[in-house]
Design a protein around this ligand. Structure first.
Ligand code: ZN
Length: 373
């Protein structure tokens, strides 16, 4: 009976152990929580299911963003811009030439349009006054911009005149150089007298300009061709002739000069075929910073008067010397040999009688004859 009861208990215990692994340790068997885990595994699936539903929901909020990005990029469309180098107002000294400092241009995208700039209007560089220049540019879409610049041409300030000492004589020689110029330079050198040469540019003996300059004499422009009909035909013709002579002087001496003498003088009547040109030229040239010199002692040795002897010219010079308190500006021509040789007697006489000789320069006294045209 007892044996039967024991079996029955065992059977019950076995029945209560579904794993029937009674060989395991009681501790392992005592882990019923682990067996609950499999039932807990499906729980993540319900937790993950809300996630996909959340993921698409923020997405629609991002989609409007790409449409918001282009808003800062639009560049305002404007007309092209012109920038004037040197500004809208320019003041320049009267001169032979004017150089436009130029301008730069670009469209609203920053594309360089400088090459397309056109300029209208002119500056007459030697005429004192105000000039307007208009700069224009057009972009690819036909938008145009115009900018104006005012150029003011002002007179060049001339150096102050310095009064020479009493009994000063300025010997001046026109129309050279020529073979007589060499004789003349030798005479001047002998007495250490400095004179002034208003030269003609197309002479074959141009190298004598260099010798005269190196020996301390003043060099001034007279003309290149000395043909009145050409020189006084227009302002442009005059300047072309003038500038050609300046270039010869520059080639011989290494510098340009600022003194000159009009062919025929400031009071010439040979220019009457062009009324008023001497009035215009005398002003223009001074505005440009040049100083022209006429004379107050015309020896009378110009072309067509070659019959006089050296003694005649000697007497002529002496007769025309100004009172002591006024400088004497003598007009001679080195083309006239007799006139040149008259100096062999005149210079020693003048030095012995207290006269001194000076070359003309920008500070020399103004010596102008009344303009006749
Ligand atoms: Zn002359």
């Amino acid at each position: 009976m007892i044996r039967r009861t024991v079996l029955c208990i065992v059977c019950i215990l076995l029945a209560l152990c579904p794993l029937a692994a009674c060989e395991k340790s009681p501790a392992e068997v005592d882990a019923p929580a682990v067996t609950a885990a499999p039932t807990a595994i499906p729980s993540p699936t319900p937790a993950a299911t809300p996630a996909p539903t959340l993921a698409p929901s923020p997405a629609p909020t991002f989609t409007p963003e790409p449409t918001a990005e282009p808003t800062p990029t639009p560049v305002p469309v404007t007309d092209p811009i012109i920038t004037l180098t040197g500004g809208e107002r320019l003041t320049v000294d009267a001169a032979f030439t004017f150089e436009d400092p130029g301008a730069a241009a670009q469209d609203y995208l920053g594309t360089d349009l400088t090459d397309r700039i056109t300029v209208e209007g002119t500056v007459v560089p030697y005429l004192v006054g105000e000039y307007a220049l208009t700069y224009a540019v057009t972009d690819d879409d036909g938008r145009q911009t115009q900018v104006q610049r005012t150029v003011t041409v002002v007179p060049v300030k001339l150096p102050e005149v310095i009064d020479p000492p009493p009994k000063t004589i300025y010997l001046t020689f026109d129309d050279g150089p020529c073979y007589n110029t060499e004789i003349l330079l030798d005479i001047l050198k002998q007495y250490d007298v400095k004179a002034t040469f208003f030269v003609v540019g197309n002479r074959a003996q141009a190298d004598l300009i260099r010798r005269a300059y190196e020996e301390g004499h003043s060099i001034g422009v007279h003309s290149y061709t000395h043909v009145f009909e050409e020189i006084y035909a227009s302002e442009e013709a005059f300047f072309a002739d003038f500038w050609a002579t300046e270039e010869v002087i520059h080639a011989q001496t290494g510098q340009y000069t600022t003194i000159f003498r009009f062919p025929g003088g400031g009071n010439n009547t040979a220019s009457w075929f062009n009324r008023g040109i001497m009035t215009r030229l005398t002003k223009i040239m001074e505005d440009m910073g040049y100083r022209y010199f006429d004379w107050n002692a015309n020896v009378g040795d110009a072309a067509g008067n070659y019959d006089w002897s050296s003694f005649d010219y000697y007497c002529s010079i002496r007769a025309r010397i100004q009172p002591d308190d006024r400088p004497t500006v003598v007009l001679q021509h080195d083309l006239n040999g007799a006139s040149v040789r008259a100096l062999e007697a005149f210079i020693p006489w003048a030095l012995e009688n207290g006269y001194s000789f000076l070359p003309l320069d920008m500070t020399s006294p103004v010596m102008h004859t009344p303009v006749n045209n």
